[in-house]
Ligand binder design. Structure first.
Ligand SMILES: O=C(O)C(=O)C[C@]1(C(=O)O)C=C[C@@H](O)C=C1
Length: 366
């Protein structure tokens, strides 16, 4: 045995022994999670038991990142523990998660990022269908896009909260990376047709203008459909889509990260029908309807200012009413169980036409 082989053998023996310990500990953890499930069923009843606990998961992940001393990066260890909790939760109860499809899109990536790969994620054609599936109990949770850093708010998603009685149980932030994909191996040569959905065009327009001004742009309904069209059309056709779509359709990535904003990201909401406990770092979302009058928004925001509560987002939506009313979606820091948040909610309740608490949930960790 050479010196190198001897040294490698020693290290690999160490790795084998560590793997045995990790393996044993993983199964110990899984058994603990099974007992947690039994306790939940015993006290909440097997039909009503709530297995998924976003606040607890956020605390576990935050703690993992805080205590991490490397050499593994904080987000890498958190990603590993994300998957560990995902398999443990699947042992307690396999989770069915509806997402705004089609398969292979960024919302699916957001769903996997949030729930890990042991959750069973099912695509639906519209936000309405996702909400309906969760409301009817067909899926435990749903994932829908709410805001993109370059395109702004997805107002259709916001409006669904008026029609459905569901709560927000969490949020996910996903960095969006678009790539140029093609079936042949011609790199960036001879590109004549580009398949992409409208929102991808909005996010990559400058890059496409400067690299392929003369190529025809054909709008399709999704990045996955763009990939299918690029394959079908063959020579000269490319799709603009994600790495996941490239893997799904076995396409070559010929140019990476073509987004005009290098920090292009989308925020997604997790919808469900449970109240989420405090995690220590939470957000609350409300929908308020007020009578139209000058200074109405100012008066509304005054309450937050008075109690030193930071807003993280506000959107105006037309209220569906014959009266002259306006509706505002407001996100702010803090949990509804918190006393000073309760104060603000009480004040708002007495001064608004309607106040709907959409939910308090942990600030995105990963
Ligand atoms: O603490 C719980 O309630 C658990 O069910 C355990 C556990 C975990 O694996 O740590 C699993 C699923 C929950 O979403 C949160 C945490």
């Amino acid at each position: 045995m050479s010196d190198q082989e001897k040294e490698l053998k020693l290290l690999r023996d160490q790795i084998d022994s560590i793997d045995r310990q990790i393996h044993g500990l993983l199964n110990d953890r899984a058994r603990c999670a099974q007992h947690v499930a039994e306790v939940k069923e015993k006290y909440q009843g097997s039909k009503d038991a709530v297995f998924y606990r976003p606040e607890r998961e956020a605390q576990v992940l935050r703690r993992v990142m805080e205590r991490n001393e490397g050499p593994l990066a904080d987000h890498e260890v958190a990603r590993l523990f994300r998957e560990v909790m995902s398999v443990c939760l699947a042992l307690e109860k396999p989770m069915h998660v509806a997402f705004l499809g089609p398969e292979g899109n960024f919302t699916q990536q957001a769903a996997s990022k949030h729930f890990g790969h042991s959750a069973h994620c099912i695509p639906f054609n519209s936000g309405d269908e996702v909400f309906r599936e969760v409301e009817s109990g067909g899926a435990h949770y749903g994932v829908v896009p709410i805001e993109n850093s370059s395109e702004g708010v997805v107002s259709h998603t916001l409006d669904l909260f008026k029609r459905f009685n569901l709560t927000i149980c969490g949020e996910v932030e996903l960095r969006i990376h678009h790539h140029v994909l093609r079936a042949d191996d011609l790199g960036l040569d001879q590109i004549t047709r580009i398949y992409l959905p409208q929102q991808t065009l909005s996010q990559c327009r400058s890059w496409l203008d400067s690299h392929f001004l003369s190529a025809e742009r054909i709008l399709v309904n999704s990045n996955a459909e763009a990939a299918r069209m690029a394959i079908k059309q063959g020579a000269g056709a490319v799709a603009i889509a994600s790495e996941l779509v490239a893997d799904l359709y076995q396409l070559n990535v010929v140019a990476r990260n073509i987004d005009d904003q290098s920090d292009n990201s989308t925020r997604y909401l997790i919808i469900g029908d449970q109240e989420v406990g405090e995690s220590g770092q939470d957000k609350t979302s409300i929908l308020v309807t007020v009578r139209d009058k000058s200074g109405a928004l100012y008066e509304l925001l005054e309450h937050f200012h008075k109690h030193k509560i930071s807003l993280t987002g506000i959107e105006t939506r037309p209220a569906n009413s014959e009266n002259s009313h306006s509706a505002f979606y407001i996100d702010f820091e803090g949990h509804a169980a918190n006393k000073h948040i309760q104060k603000v909610l009480q004040e708002l309740q007495s001064e608004t036409v309607e106040l709907k608490l959409l939910g308090s949930y942990p600030v995105a960790v990963l």
